[in-house]
Design a protein around this ligand. Structure first.
Ligand code: ATP
Ligand code: MG
Length: 762
């Protein structure tokens, strides 16, 4: 396999194959067909199928269908669709736990015969009570003393449907005092008088998960049974059943990984079913649903979802992943693939009074950095539509678009200036009269007119009406609890947007970037040429990052006990944001990526995003060391300066910068030392780690070393100490500075601060 750094599951598999424990890896994806699969299942699918693929093994698709009351063939189909759409194929036929009902029953009989299982007739409530608690041992039911014969007879009669639900259960005889509560004689079978979607009324007893899962894995020859963390305590039962039955090897083993939780999303099938049944959404495939069918209908690509699963990785601790990261993945994918076209959402007519006739302009579908070719004709005439928000009579400071005083470029066409604004009786603008500059045509502009931005437009006579469905996050709370957190604006419908004709007539693709508006997808069900309908897949920028100003951006899965980084973001000026309008597609995407995924500050992100060399350098360093903040700062400042000075002939590489950033993050060096190190490596090309080692520059954080230095500084500056004690607090900085000086810049300023404060308090 290609990946360098393997996750812990892949390391286990690799070792098992290496040691000869198994000849071939066999995994399975075992959903219960009681709902449509969601993005969390995509993670499980990508793990199970991905690992089998990477190690040349097999992955089964198994319907874990042991609960007759909730399961349905519709869900079986949805699960098959989802796996295939993601690009995987299961080994052989779809498998069903219900196909193993007889074999599972036989295993249960075997356990009874061994004296390892018994029929219990306590009520549900008594069973709970007898189980004890975390601090107290449980006690065994009197029915546990039944003879093997009696147990066999009762179990057979349970199967035959002679008892009511809840009258009896079959339990394993393990240990009522086990510290693992799950091991206190777990239930293996219960009575259910319900029709199963596959086995009909054949069975009146159904196996519990703990009994069915391990044995189904064994029956299928599964080697590695990957499940989510909440099953950690069930592993002991898994092993107990397989060991007690002395099944012949090879036997499967269970490993747990963290389930995916996404911000602004409720994922469990129960919650999703609620949304569907209450009519809150239009169905399991509503484009706002976190189901695979929903993402697909919305326009997400399978590649973007797999990429997301790869990015979040496989961890052993549960965490909350920011949904912005998923949104980034789809933007990033589409950015490289889809045609750019123009669609006006809120049309405002512009009449160009000095233009006569009509013409067709040639415009490329793809920006130059997308390795695809193709262009279309854009009709142009005296009547066009622009978006209402691109014109302002009272522009705020930094407004770069069209105003009565400020000309603007029509993308791929001419520069226009405003002559007159026409309004109706209510004072609404109904039309703008404009003039164009004939010598300002895009690509052959000799007008010398300066504009601050280019806006999109469509020609009035040829534009087509389309319906747009503007989807947004379904919940407005970062960690939604339920219906009360629904986002009332999760769907807005624009009935009559205007789109350039080529999109409808040529259909170069099904997904597009509508320039400056977002990525859109021709709805696979409701679209027709008479009534084109497009779903917004995702906006161009993350509009939520700003809404949630006080909240930290979460670039990656964060470990549970790691404190969030402080947000020190000053509010951005409108002009800053507008700058992104002048960036190329590529730069804008990069900027968004750096902001959203890596949480960089706007200034640094913008410096890096706009410079090809710098961003390449930055990303190279990031591959070597994944904490972005310090790398970004060094690259945007020091490396940028050095590149200018040396005309890109650098004596050092990404590795050097990664080392520097890492030492800074670990507080091994101070920023002052980091600057010195940078100067030196820029000259000599020597690696900072080796410079540090040679010159003993490691930062001093040890209070025992620093305290004497502080004492020394205080006693040798008695005057200042006195003035400080009289209330001249500014001298605090002086003392810190002296300590740093005395240690040749090696003292950790944070520690010095704390120690000094403590020392001077008394
Ligand atoms: P839910 O709780 O959402 O209804 P589930 O765990 O009951 O899901 P199953 O059909 O039993 O759904 O799950 C099939 C497989 O998918 C299991 O191996 C399960 O561990 C895995 N899975 C389910 N949800 C997630 C998730 N959020 N992240 C990763 N894996 C998941
Ligand atoms: Mg479930």
């Amino acid at each position: 396999m290609a990946k360098e750094r393997k996750d812990f599951l892949r390391r286990i598999v690799e070792e098992d194959l290496h040691s000869g424990r198994y000849k071939e890896v066999v995994t399975r994806f075992p959903p219960e067909p009681n709902g449509f699969p969601h993005i969390g299942h995509a993670k499980a699918i990508s793990i199970n199928f991905g690992i089998a693929e990477d190690f040349g093994g097999r992955c089964h698709l198994r319907m874990d269908d042991t609960n007759p009351t909730t399961e349905d063939p519709v869900y079986v189909e949805a699960l098959k669709d989802a796996v295939r759409w993601l690009g995987f194929e299961w080994d052989g036929e779809v498998r069903y736990t219900s196909d193993y009902f007889q074999r599972l029953y036989d295993y249960a009989v075997e356990l009874i015969k061994m004296g390892k299982a018994y029929v219990d007739s306590l009520s549900e409530e008594e069973i709970r009570e007898y189980r004890g608690s975390v601090t107290t041992a449980g006690r065994r039911s009197v029915y546990a003393e039944r003879s093997v014969e009696e147990n066999l007879e009762l179990f057979a009669r349970m199967r035959a449907g002679e008892f009511a639900e809840g009258e009896h259960v079959l339990r394993a005889r393990i240990d009522m005092a086990s510290p693992n509560m799950k091991m206190r004689d777990p239930l293996l079978y219960r009575i259910r008088h319900a029709s199963h979607y596959r086995t009909g009324d054949e069975w009146s007893v159904y196996p519990m998960y703990d009994f069915a899962h391990c044995l189904s894995d064994y029956i299928e020859g599964v080697t590695h049974s990957f499940c989510t963390l909440e099953f950690e305590n069930n592993r002991e039962i898994y092993d107990w059943i397989i060991d007690t039955l002395s099944l012949s090897p090879p036997r499967p083993h269970q490993y747990e990984f963290a389930r995916l939780n996404l911000s602004y999303t409720l994922m469990s099938k129960r919650r999703l079913l609620e949304l569907v049944e209450s009519g809150t959404v239009s169905g399991w495939d509503d484009p706002r649903m976190p189901t695979i069918a929903g993402y697909r209908r919305r326009g997400y690509t399978a590649e973007s979802i797999l990429r997301f699963c790869e990015q979040i990785g496989i961890a052993k601790a549960n965490s909350l992943v920011d949904v912005a990261q998923l949104e980034f993945c789809i933007r990033d994918d589409l950015n490289k693939k889809v045609p750019r076209v123009m669609c006006v959402l809120d049309p405002l007519k512009v009449r160009i009074v000095n233009y006569e006739g009509s013409e067709e302009l040639e415009a490329p579908y793809y920006p130059h950095d997308v390795p695809k070719e193709g262009s279309r004709k854009l009709p142009f005439s005296a009547e066009i539509y622009i978006d209402r928000k691109d014109f302002s009579q009272n522009p705020p400071k930094g407004y770069h678009r069209f105003t009565p005083e400020q000309p603007v470029r029509l993308r791929y066409a001419y520069i226009i200036r405003c002559k007159e604004v026409i309004k109706n009786e209510e004072g609404e603008i109904t039309e703008i009269l404009a003039e164009y500059y004939p010598d300002s045509k895009s690509g052959e502009d000799s007008s010398g007119i300066k504009v601050k931005s280019a806006i999109h437009w469509v020609e009035a006579g040829s534009a087509k009406k389309v319906q747009l469905r503007l989807y947004d996050r379904l919940y407005k709370a970062r960690e939604p609890e339920g219906m009360e957190d629904l986002n009332p604006d999760s769907l807005k419908i624009v009935e009559e947007a205007l789109i350039e004709p080529a999109v409808i007539e040529e259909k170069p693709d099904v997904r597009y970037q509508f320039e400056r508006e977002g990525y859109f997808y021709a709805d696979p069900i409701d679209y027709s040429d008479e009534r084109p309908v497009f779903n917004r897949i995702v906006t161009l920028k993350d509009s939520w990052a700003k809404k949630a100003q006080e909240k930290p951006v979460e670039p990656k899965e964060r470990k549970r006990n790691q404190a969030p980084k402080e947000k020190r973001e000053e509010p951005e000026r409108e002009s800053k944001q507008d700058d992104t309008l002048l960036m190329s597609d590529m730069e804008r995407e990069r900027f968004a990526d750096y902001r959203e995924r890596l949480g960089l500050r706007a200034e640094v992100a913008s410096t890096l995003a706009r410079d090809e060399e710098l961003s390449a350098f930055f990303q190279e360093a990031l591959e070597l060391y994944e904490e972005a903040e310090n790398i970004a700062k060094i690259v945007a400042n020091e490396v940028a300066r050095e590149m200018k000075k040396s005309r890109n002939e650098l004596a050092f590489g990404a590795k050097h910068v990664a080392q520097l950033a890492k030492m800074l993050d670990r507080e091994l060096i101070s920023t002052k030392i980091a600057k010195e190190l940078f100067e030196e490596m820029a000259k000599s090309g020597e690696e900072p780690e080796s410079i540090v080692e040679k010159r003993g520059l490691i930062q001093i954080s040890d209070p025992e070393t620093l305290s004497p230095v502080i004492e020394e500084v205080l006693t040798s500056n008695p005057e200042n100490l006195k003035r400080y004690k009289e209330g001249n607090e500014r001298l605090f900085g002086f003392f810190v500075g002296e300590v740093l000086k005395a240690t040749a810049g090696k003292a950790n300023p944070k520690v010095v601060n704390t120690l000094l404060r403590e020392r001077l308090k008394g």
